[in-house]
Design a protein around this ligand. Structure first.
Ligand SMILES: [Zn+2]
Length: 278
């Protein structure tokens, strides 16, 4: 028995050593990536100015929450040695074209759009992260891994969608929906500074881990076929049809609607679309 437990401990120790070896290799790789010229991150706080974001009558203005998280993210990333550019740093309106132009003027940068979700159905909740280009998937997976992992909200997955700001940017671009402001629980979290700080730190962790989270962890916990659908978004929360009318989505200019190839999926997508706003 003694020999067995000794062997077991020896085995556990060698596993640990192997694991540490992998981690230090990843850290070294990351350090070499980040050395030299600092990585630039363009942070895009959703909405602003007359564009409050969210849905009509929404109590908590999305534009205030996105700006606060963006500014916190700026501080966290700057402290981590990143060069940070903000598409807006105050309560002003910036057009989507303007946001994209800023992002594209930094060819080696990363683009992170911060939004909160909204729905007429109060129960709708969760974290979801969007990407469009294949090059953006590692960043989306990493940000989602940390944000969804650190949030009390449900995990709505990483999704591919042709939002204007994702489609028109030439650099890795991710849009993270940090919870539903129309959900009482998630809105309460969002209104606490400590939670917004946590969101910022989780997003920063995703930026930092964008090249190391993609492998083992991602394939098991994030990048499954289930939660990175390349087909149009189909809502799992089964929203009633009565909630369907929702026309104020122009600010997102989703490319999805222009493609009418798959009609059944398209109609489902439309029915579900009020559950997420961007
Ligand atoms: Zn939004």
């Amino acid at each position: 028995m003694l020999a067995n437990s000794y062997r077991l401990r020896l085995f556990a120790a060698s596993l640990l050593i192997a694991l540490l070896g992998t981690l230090s290799t990843a850290q070294a790789k990351r350090a070499s990536q980040d050395s030299g010229s600092a990585t630039t991150v363009v942070i895009d706080a959703g909405h602003g100015g007359y564009d409050r974001g969210g849905i009509p009558g929404q109590q908590v203005a999305e534009k205030d929450m996105t700006l606060d998280v963006a500014q916190r993210l700026k501080r966290v990333l700057a402290a981590g040695g990143y060069r940070v550019v903000m598409t807006r740093d105050s309560d002003v309106f910036v057009s989507l074209g303007g946001r994209v132009a800023i992002a594209n003027s930094y060819p080696n940068a990363l683009f992170v759009c911060i939004h909160f979700n909204s729905a007429k159905r109060m129960g709708a909740g969760g974290i979801e992260t969007y990407f469009y280009s294949r090059d953006s998937l590692p960043l989306a997976s990493a940000i989602h891994y940390f944000v969804a992992g650190g949030a009390p909200s449900s995990n709505r997955g990483v999704r591919r969608r042709g939002y204007y700001v994702l489609r028109k940017t030439n650099i890795p671009a991710v849009l993270v929906e940090c919870g539903f402001l129309t959900n009482p629980t998630e809105a309460a979290y969002a209104q606490t500074a400590s939670y917004r700080q946590k969101l910022a730190e989780e997003i920063a962790a995703g930026v930092h881990g964008r090249n190391s989270v993609t492998s083992a962890l991602t394939t098991t916990r994030v990048a499954t076929g289930e939660n990175i659908p390349l087909q149009p978004y189909i809502d799992q929360t089964k929203v009633a049809k009565s909630e369907r009318p929702r026309s104020k989505r122009s600010h997102k200019k989703s490319a999805r609607r222009k493609k009418s190839s798959s009609k059944p999926a398209e109609s489902k997508t439309k029915a579900a679309s009020k559950d997420q706003e961007g």
